[in-house]
Design a protein around this ligand. Sequence first.
Ligand SMILES: NC(=O)c1ccc[n+]([C@@H]2O[C@H](COP(=O)([O-])OP(=O)(O)OC[C@H]3O[C@@H](n4cnc5c(N)ncnc54)[C@H](OP(=O)(O)O)[C@@H]3O)[C@@H](O)[C@H]2O)c1
Length: 288
Amino acid sequence: MVVTGASTGMGAATARELARRGFHVLAGVRRDSDRVPLRANGIEPVILDITDPDHVAALAARVERGPRPLRALVNNAGIPGAGPVEVMPLSEWRRIFEVNLFGHVAVTQALLPALLRDKGRVVNISSLNGKISMAGYGPYAASKFAMEAMSDALRNELAPHGVQVVVVEPGGVKTEMSRAGLAALSRLDDGMTPEQHARYGALMRAIPSHVAAFTKAGVTSDVAAKRITKAVTDGRPHTRYTIGAAAAFLIRASRILPDRMLDRMTTSDLRKHYPAENRGRTTATHTD
Ligand SMILES: NC(=O)c1ccc[n+]([C@@H]2O[C@H](COP(=O)([O-])OP(=O)(O)OC[C@H]3O[C@@H](n4cnc5c(N)ncnc54)[C@H](OP(=O)(O)O)[C@@H]3O)[C@@H](O)[C@H]2O)c1
C-alpha cells in the first residue's frame, strides 16, 4: 500500500489503520523528522513531496524493488486554499493545483505499471468541496472538482484492465488542515487592497469561524481512516464513499437541488459567521 501525505491527519491515521490490518504501508512524508513518530510495525515512511519528480520516481523504484504486490495507492496529500477568486494570486492557484491535482496525477502515473500488474486500486481523497463550491472556498473546491473529474475518467479507463478507482469525499475532519488554512488566509488578507477589503472583508472574517465550526462538528481522523480503509479493502467497492453525515447529506442534496437553492443554503450557512454588522449583507446577490 502507498499512502501520500501521511505525516498528520487522515493520512497518518490511515497508514496506522492499514498497518493494524496487516498491510505493509509505504507512508509518504516530506520531512525526515516526520518519519520517527510514524514508525510502527508495518509502516515504512518514505520521503515524498508529490510535486517533486525525483521523489515520485524514487517511490516508483521502491515499489518496483519491493517484494509485495501494490494493493492500493491512497492519494491523500492535500493543502487548503481558501480565499476569494479575485484575491487569490495566480501563483497560489497554481500551487494549490500543483499539490491537490497534478501531484496526484504524477504519483498515479508513476505507480500505474505496478497497479496494472497487481490489479491494485487507486483511492483518491477528494472532499465535500469536490461536489459543492461556495464563496471563499473557490481555489480549494476547484482543485477537488478537478480531482473528481480526473477520477471519473481514470475509473473508466482502468476498469477494463482490472484497476478500481474510488473517490472518498470527507466532510469535516479534525486535522491540521484547518490550522494551515487559517495561516494562509491571514497572509492573503494582508495583501488585499482597500477595495478588496471593502468587497470581501466580511467574508474573510467569516471564513476562520466557518472553518472552525465545520471542523469542530467533524469526525476524528481515526473515524475517517476506517472509512478510507473500507474504500481500500471492500471486495466490490462503490465508486464513491462519503465521510460524515454532513457530507453524505449535502452531496446527495447537491445532485437534486437547483443551483440557486444550493447558493442560498451555503450563503446562509456562511452568513452566520459574518461579523454582526454584515450579517444582512453577503457577497452573493440574488436578483432572480
Ligand atoms: N480535514 C478536513 O476537514 C478535510 C475535509 C475534506 C477533505 N480533506 C482532504 O483530506 C486530505 C488529508 O487532509 P487532512 O485533513 O488529513 O490534513 P493534514 O493533516 O493537513 O494532512 C495533509 C497532508 O498532506 C501533506 N502534504 C501537503 N503538501 C504535500 C506535498 N506537496 N507532497 C506530499 N504531501 C503533502 C501534509 O504534509 P506536511 O505535514 O509535510 O505538510 C500532510 O501530511 C487532503 O487531501 C484534504 O484536502 C480534508
